[in-house]
Design a protein around this ligand. Structure first.
Ligand SMILES: Cc1cc2nc3c(=O)[nH]c(=O)nc-3n(C[C@H](O)[C@H](O)[C@H](O)COP(=O)(O)O)c2cc1C
Length: 334
């Protein structure tokens, strides 16, 4: 199954998304609820553009050895430094709530390809129990991503995952999602003390998603985060913020070695992954294309998309002179 076939298939059923050949935020604009960005709707495209502005240096003066895309993350060996992104509620793409089936399909596809799944806590009460069943069914390396609800609610939701999740994550920038403001238990901003309290309730690696400044990266480290996800929620939480590729270098400089750095936002191809890792990220997270991949081909669509990323990542690594993921470095960027 090619990515083009996946997109053609997805277009038959997916709502609010045009399953564009290149998922760059232009087709969905400010469609919210839906996969778009906060009005005026430019955020996802700003993220995508920021990666495209980065240029790579050729280096074919190297031993002609095969490329190894494997890496270690949170004590796990991965086939490539990739995570699928969380989508808390698939009602943004469909009239029926298909969130449980989506999480199941993505977990099957990521488990089959040796990568990591992350999933959202959703609004509907069946989302988290469904995800737990899928982790067990597929032996998936999966990470629940909890919206910034009151601490007691997050701590209660984490508990069933303590023995089964690879890590736990709280997404702090969901505080800015307008379409969530009507939920009963509404998301809000967190202090370092709040995050420390959540951190203390799990023995798993603890991640904070939604970091866009050095200040917040250092605060997440102070709160005990084993990993941060540099992310602006795909442009959905606040308009006119920088692309994640713009802030990644300064954040890496400030916290590298103290915490694992993951980045998302407009990463679509293996070549973008090479740029992110060369700047200093340990792994990338990709979200929207996984919705298209699942609508277009279920779990097989998901693994076909990951296989494409792996081929592209391998080729781009080879051309910048990297044979192992740890060879990727800033000198490979012009
Ligand atoms: C429809 C939709 C729903 C999302 N739901 C969540 C969520 O529940 N939790 C979360 O942390 N991020 C959520 N996100 C943000 C993504 O996980 C990711 O951070 C963002 O889309 C940027 O990645 P991308 O450009 O690859 O899509 C959602 C994004 C979309 C498009």
């Amino acid at each position: 199954m090619t990515y083009q076939e996946i997109c053609e298939n997805a277009r038959k059923t997916i709502l609010n998304c045009r399953a564009c050949p290149e998922c760059n935020g232009l087709g969905c604009g400010n469609t919210l609820p839906g996969p778009g960005s906060k009005a005026p709707g430019n955020g996802a495209n700003v993220n995508w553009q920021a990666w495209k502005k980065i240029r790579l240096n050729f280096d074919t003066f190297a031993e002609d050895e095969p490329v190894d895309t494997g890496t270690e993350l949170f004590g796990k060996h991965l086939a490539l430094p990739l995570m699928s992104g969380p989508i808390g509620s698939m009602t943004q793409y469909s009239r029926e709530d298909v969130t449980v089936a989506f999480n199941d399909g993505v977990m099957e596809g990521t488990a089959k390809t040796g990568t990591i799944d992350t999933f959202g806590d959703g609004i509907a009460p069946y989302v988290l129990p469904g995800a737990l069943e899928s982790i067990l069914r597929h032996h998936a390396d999966a990470i629940p991503v909890f919206n910034p609800m009151p601490n007691a609610s997050i701590i209660r939701k984490m508990e069933p995952f303590e023995d089964h999740a690879l890590a736990m994550c709280v997404v702090v920038d969901s505080a800015g999602l307008s379409h969530w403001k009507h939920a009963g238990d509404r998301p809000g901003s967190k202090t370092v003390a709040d995050l420390k309290e959540i951190r203390a309730h799990t023995k798993k690696p603890f991640l904070v998603k939604g970091i866009m400044t050095v200040k917040n990266a250092l605060q997440a480290v102070e709160a005990g985060a084993d990993g941060i996800i540099v992310s602006n929620h795909g442009g959905r939480a606040l308009a006119d913020v920088p692309g994640t590729a713009e802030v990644l270098p300064e954040i890496v400089k400030a916290v590298k070695g103290q915490t694992t750095v993951i980045v998302d936002g407009g990463i679509r191809h293996g070549v973008d992954m090479v740029k992110a890792i060369a700047i200093g990220a340990d792994a990338v997270l990709i979200c929207r294309p996984f919705a298209v991949a699942w609508f277009g081909g279920g779990a097989d669509g998901v693994s076909a998309y990951i296989d494409m990323l792996k081929r592209e990542f391998t080729e781009a690594m080879y051309m910048v002179g990297a044979r192992k993921v740890s060879d990727l470095c800033p000198e490979m960027i012009r």
